[in-house]
Design a protein around this ligand. Structure first.
Ligand SMILES: Cc1ncc(C[n+]2csc(CCOP(=O)(O)OP(=O)(O)O)c2C)c(N)n1
Ligand SMILES: [Mg+2]
Length: 545
């Protein structure tokens, strides 16, 4: 390939090399790139760092998919992901993943290339207002003017490195964004946008980002004043663990002997305090449910209306434990306190948990042994998934089925519950799988959820492809979750199908083949078990139509 401007100097390239080298020096390894012209200096710098083994580079065509891949990587690793896009609609295509990352507290660093000031607002090609495009979904948005030669002298380059450090630090909630002054405000990781203007020449072969010696470090981590509360042990208390609750909810429930009502997406559905059929028990309004006087909420519960109704009950007091990822969840607007740690003033009577366990054991599980139905699919998937594996749950019906009966098992479960979209699920799983080369990453989802993100099956053709990724699609010919909602009883079947179910007739076997995936059609539980024990990148289609 010829480089017409080889040897020429490009402030854009000097800036981009310094910025990307600084991110790498700060330890940010995962870089996600979608191709474009305005962002070429960043892409070239990223390519140089990847070639030198200093970062992992992932290239995807579609920015919507790219964003969810990066989000999945942040979920799987806890580390920030860098996303590089060109200008215009490319940036807008990041919006779904940026919203999800904002609501679920995930560190994304968005490097959105833009035209310089003189080309804005005059109808230039591929130019729109990218500053503020994500609203309050980014923790901070910095509009960085196009660098000139004067901006990339030694002092200027130190500023570029400082910008990288501040960006990483805010994305990880180590530093306070400008908009968050209060000292006991919860600091949450999240997306940060650097809108980077570049003027021509947009790139050059030099400098090589991998050869730069940069000196940069993260600022000291800001400490947030923790908040405590002391609870009276005489009020019958349950722990409600929503998405992102994590092991703290389990430790709290176990150290005080409290019933643990944990969603599958909580990371807390394990241990002997977990009340597996809590969903059924809450909906049944049993006397025990009536006795609840206090709910301690961890994470963000989103799966069932009965849990939300409990939080709104006048005779129930609510304490919310603040979550660094999911924020403070106070859906009833009447939490007595939002705290970081809770203690009881006395021992909780042990009979309280015993009663819950008794009632839980008495819930009759459906007698459908051997049948290929949703409950048994959940059992098989949980059974096949071990400590080495990751399980990703799509939004919609299957995650609720799991909420109703999934076993208590300490496995890594992920779900995009920040906004509970049916978008980006394959890409999210793909990003998570990047960090699990040994085990299997399974994603359990509905047919519409798969089709919404079918383009993400393309993956990164020249880059790392997860070795063992199983997409388990429960194909019931459309959105069956709506059958259980109000509209189903308002409408004739024909209207219901047209307006809500959206039946689809996609040939999933053909879809898998087109993208180079294996496909297995499963019609019995035995076939499902065999398929789950396999390896490779496979779509396991369970036909429930
Ligand atoms: C991006 C987005 N669009 C629309 C919705 C609303 N929605 C929730 S569930 C659903 C249907 C899902 O169908 P499917 O994936 O087949 O799951 P099923 O309920 O049939 O198991 C839709 C459209 C959403 N959550 N997110
Ligand atoms: Mg469906």
């Amino acid at each position: 390939m010829t480089h017409s401007n080889q040897g020429a100097t490009s402030p854009a390239q000097i800036f981009a090399a310094q910025l990307m080298a600084s991110f790498a020096k700060l330890g940010v390894r995962q870089v996600f790139l979608a191709p474009g012209a305005r962002s070429q200096a960043l892409a070239i710098a990223a390519g140089q760092l990847a070639a030198a083994g200093l970062i992992d580079l992932h290239v995807h065509l579609d920015e919507r998919s790219l964003g969810f891949n990066a989000l999945g990587s942040a979920l799987g690793s806890g580390e920030p992901s860098i996303i590089i896009t060109t200008s215009g609609t490319a940036v807008a295509n990041l919006h779904p993943s940026v919203l999800e990352a904002s609501h679920s507290g995930l560190p994304l660093i968005l490097l959105t290339a833009d035209r310089p000031a003189e080309l804005r607002g005059v109808g230039s090609n591929q130019t729109t207002n990218q500053v503020g495009i994500f609203g309050d979904a980014v923790r901070e948005c910095v509009d960085v003017p196009a660098p000139t030669m004067d901006d990339v002298d030694e002092a200027g380059l130190r500023e570029v490195s400082a910008l990288a450090a501040r960006t990483v630090s805010i994305s990880l909630a180590w530093s306070r964004p400008a908009a968050s002054p209060a000292t006991d405000d919860l600091l949450r990781p999240g997306p940060v946008q650097l809108n980077l203007c570049f003027r021509e020449p947009l790139s050059a072969a030099e400098p090589n980002a991998a050869q730069l010696k940069v000196s940069v470090a993260l600022p000291e981590r800001v400490q947030v004043e923790p908040r405590f509360a002391v609870l009276s042990a005489s009020v019958p208390t349950v722990v409600l663990a929503g998405a992102g609750a994590g092991e703290h909810a389990v430790e709290f429930a176990e150290s005080y002997g409290l019933p643990l009502l944990a969603e599958p997406s909580s990371g807390a559905r394990y241990g002997s305090n977990a009340i597996l059929h809590y969903r059924t028990l809450l909906a049944d309004h049993s006397t025990l449910v009536g006795e609840i006087g206090r709910v301690v909420v961890y994470g963000k519960p989103t799966l069932g209306r009965a849990a939300i109704a409990l939080l709104k009950r006048e005779d129930v007091e609510v304490y919310v434990v603040r979550s660094a990822t999911m924020g403070h969840f106070d859906v009833s607007r009447r939490a007595k306190a939002q705290v970081d740690e809770l203690v009881f003033d006395d021992e909780v009577p042990f009979e309280w948990l015993a009663k819950w366990r008794h009632l839980d054991a008495a819930v009759v599980s459906s007698k459908t042994a051997g049948q290929l139905n949703r409950a048994n699919i959940v059992r098989e998937v949980w059974g096949a998934t071990g400590g080495q594996d990751d399980l990703v749950l799509g939004a919609s019906r299957m995650i609720r089925e799991a909420d109703a009966m999934a076993p208590a098992k300490a496995i890594r479960i992920f779900a995009n519950r920040g906004l509970a979209g049916i978008d980006g699920t394959i890409a999210t799983a793909n990003g998570i799988a990047l960090h699990n080369p040994e085990g299997t990453t399974r994603v359990l989802l509905g047919d519409l959820t798969l089709l919404h993100d079918a383009g993400s099956l393309a993956g990164d053709a020249l880059g790392a492809q997860p070795a063992n990724l199983q997409v388990i699609v429960v194909n019931d010919g459309g959105g069956s979750i709506f059958e259980s909602l109000e509209m189903a009883s308002q409408l004739e079947t024909e209207s219901f199908d047209r307006l809500f179910r959206t039946p689809q007739k996609v040939d999933i076997w053909g879809l898998a083949g087109a993208y180079g995936w294996q496909h297995q059609l499963v019609k019995t539980l035995d076939e499902l078990r065999t398929a789950l024990a396999g390896s490779g990148r496979v779509i396991i289609e369970i036909d429930l139509r």
